[in-house]
Design a binder for this molecule. Structure first.
Ligand code: GLU
Length: 446
């Protein structure tokens, strides 16, 4: 069996970490099985959907490396949805309702006061043709509900195991609004049938939906996908992500300098039994992916962890890979520079600061009590710096001045870089060169 999965975003905003995680789970599963990944654009809400958001979604998925084999828009399929709605009407599974939203609200409140679940009372099923006509004459337009069976729907979920939804505890879902527009529920089922989707992988906020949608699948075809509902993504302290989603959009993370592979590594590993580590490629993430590793607890997203993984990824990244990015930031220095400082940055943009340290004039930073020591150090620094110069030079300074450890190394680091921490000094000294190093050690600007 060829695995066919879909990712179905609504183009009403940019992708954020929550929906990227869903996309990633689908993609990893499909690619691991050699199947097909479909990008379905859920744009039935014509007012809120925009072409800009659709383009943004495609750009973000491309940037992340989540390529798709086929894409289509739900807005191009309205005739198919109308046809399916007619099939359901003819089978007595789709019925017209005329309640206004205020009337429905009042009914729900009343049921709550009585301590009953706010389930729709199906009064519309008893309407006579004359009553319906009277409503239409009043100017009311019907909305259409799917008649649930009232039975319990069972399925074996890829993540949650045995699941059951008692449809007698649910309101018959509205499939078509009074203005004739489709809610998400029916088009999604029709597309999953048409595209022969084998696995529907989505967040656990869709579990109840699945109960109703399985009945719609059964009413329309013999095709029923396997379902997998992944635990929700929450903020690191357990609070909902909802308020932060703007800052966690792909547009924003890209802007902030996060690498796609760091984002995908984190989103693929949180909430699983694997350690949270940056992985060298999407290929490796794919090979390591399994639904068996996904736990039932919410997955916690941490921006600190993302920054850490981003840094770790850069530590292993070759110059060839970042060359264009460095050039776009106007950071000079080439391969030797990159290899030296990559272990000391969290984002590629951090290279700018180190490029300034190495290649722009800067006064040496020297405490009063270290002045004489630094001048002496300048005087005995060889004119030609090699890979061994740092160790030979500091060995001599140690012997001559009786300094060791921090009191030996820190004044030199500060004088040469202006910072307390940074790359390995031997390599840094080579890039800095003797002339600049000597001047800075004398407190001059060089
Ligand atoms: N557009 C729906 C959503 O974003 C798709 C849900 C599904 O995967 O079925 O919630």
């Amino acid at each position: 069996m060829t695995v066919i999965c879909r990712f179905a975003p609504s183009p009403t905003g940019r992708l954020h970490v929550g929906n990227v995680r869903t996309a990633l789970m689908n993609w990893l599963f499909v690619r691991e099985r050699g199947g097909k990944f479909i990008l379905r654009i859920d744009d039935t809400d014509l007012e809120r959907s925009t072409n800009e958001y659709e383009d943004g979604i495609k750009e973000d998925l491309g940037w992340l490396g989540l390529n798709w084999d086929h894409t289509f828009n739900q807005s191009h399929k309205f005739p198919a949805y109308e046809a399916a709605a007619n099939t359901l009407r003819e089978a007595g599974r789709l019925y017209a309702c005329y309640e206004t939203s205020e009337e429905l609200d009042r009914q729900r409140k009343l049921l709550r006061v009585q301590g009953k679940p706010p389930v729709y009372n199906r009064a519309a099923l008893d309407l006579t043709d004359a009553q319906k006509e009277a409503y239409e004459d009043e100017g009311r337009k019907p909305h259409w509900r799917f008649k649930l069976s009232g039975k319990t729907v069972n399925w074996t979920d890829m993540v949650r195991g045995e699941q059951s939804v008692d449809t007698s505890s649910l309101s018959d879902p509205v499939l078509i609004r009074g203005d004739g527009s489709f809610l998400y529920t029916l088009p999604s089922v029709i597309d999953d049938i048409d595209e022969k989707i084998t696995h529907v992988i989505r967040g656990e906020d869709h579990v109840t939906n699945s109960g109703a949608q399985i009945e719609i699948f059964e009413a329309l075809s013999d095709h029923l996908p396997t379902f997998g509902h992944t635990p929700l993504l929450v903020w690191k302290d357990g609070s909902p992500l909802s308020k932060r989603l703007g800052s966690l959009s792909m547009g924003e993370l890209k802007e902030q300098g996060f690498e796609p592979l760091a984002i995908c590594s984190l989103l693929a590993k949180i909430g699983t039994s694997d350690p949270i580590e940056v992985r060298p490629s999407m290929e490796v993430l794919k090979d390591e992916f399994s639904f068996d590793k996904i736990g039932r607890a919410p997955a916690r997203f941490s921006d600190d962890e993302l920054l850490l993984l981003n840094g770790r990824l850069l530590h292993e990244t070759s110059y060839e890979t970042v060359k264009d990015h460095l050039e776009s930031l106007n950071v000079g220095g080439g391969e030797a520079f990159w290899n030296l400082i990559r272990a000391n940055i969290s984002k590629v943009s951090d290279t700018a600061g180190w490029s300034t340290v190495l290649y722009s004039p800067m006064p040496g930073q020297i405490e009063d009590e270290d002045k004489a020591f630094c001048i002496a150090a300048a005087n005995c620094l060889p004119d030609t710096i090699t890979d061994d110069s740092w160790s030979e030079w500091t060995a001599k300074l140690k012997a001559d001045h009786g300094r060791k450890g921090k009191s030996l190394f820190m004044p030199l680091r500060r004088a040469l870089t202006g910072r307390d921490r940074g790359p390995e000094m031997g390599g840094l000294l080579v890039l800095l060169g003797a002339e600049k190093a000597k001047a800075r050690l004398r407190g001059e600007t060089a």
